[in-house]
Design a protein around this ligand. Sequence first.
Ligand code: NAD
Ligand code: AKB
Length: 316
Amino acid sequence: MKKILVIGAAGQIGTDLTLELRNRFGRDHVVASDIKLASDDIMQQGPFVKLDAMDSKQLQSIIDDYGITEIYHLAAILSGNAEKNPKWAWDLNMNSLFNVLDVSRSKGISKIFWPSSMGAFGPTTPEWDTPQVTVMEPTTVYGISKLAGERWVEYYHHKYGMDIRSLRYPGLISYKTEAGGGTTDYAVEIFYQAIKCGEYECFLSEDMALPMMFMDDAVEATIQLMEAPADQVKVRSSYNLGGISFTPKELADEIRKYIPNLEVTYKPDFRQEIAESWPRRISDEAAQKDWGWQPQYDLEKMTRVMIEKIREKLGK
Ligand code: NAD
Ligand code: AKB
């Protein structure tokens, strides 16, 4: 029976992914870990351990103590925070990945998931319908770490026969946990501000189109990729995921269907330049063809669920 370790389980993806993995594979079969405490439901529902993803000894003993067979390694510094402290971000993003790969290799871990990002693309990448294989010249420290990580996971697969799987997530939108310091965070913040006070100051320009995805689709894609037969997983760097492309103005207009008086002002900051270096819309044809990927959420459905769930959460 599989026994999963999630590293970074307190984060935006980790929270939703851990809950869904426990739902599918059993509470005691999914060990949540993070450098900080996770949400109450994760802490109460199943095993949780404090883990610094950089610490190989700690990681080895958790694998032994719990009989871990698969690892989802989610700990990283996201694009916005990474630009504030590039060396720290490079150190964590790269060395935690090496730690997970090397310990997993020595312990015979059967499968590893590690996320890349649309941030691995850069200003010379084709902006519209970005293909799976294309020019990749990222200009952020986050993107450089993701592109380097993609090359390394493919290397460990070819060189050591390890089964490592990866997705280039677009910006993720969810309601259980706050977004973790990225360039796409506006698309989560705007919902909270709209519901709390009807006003939002957006740090990207109103026409800055970016690919985004509702968390339920992202979690589904992740588990679907991890459960696919190995011979269907033909891309061993990282699969493109397309999601929904929209601008801040288009999102605000969709939210106004529920909160008509929402006022949005636009004050682009340093994250505008990061966003401008990323694709506008991504093609995930390879994921569709290889392991049958099909998203379920469009802008309308995602907005409806976000409004409903955040209203419930805030009691508004
Ligand atoms: P997040 O910042 O919300 O969560 C990351 C978690 O890692 C946090 O809970 C943090 O405490 C933990 N962490 C940090 N340092 C650690 C360490 N040394 N040891 C153990 N845990 C540590 O990030 P997220 O949005 O959940 O992203 C998860 C992964 O997905 C990252 O690799 C990120 O690059 C990638 N990704 C995220 C998005 C997105 O929109 N959220 C998009 C593309 C890719
Ligand atoms: C970020 O904005 O840094 C993340 C990402 C797209 O990787 N949401």
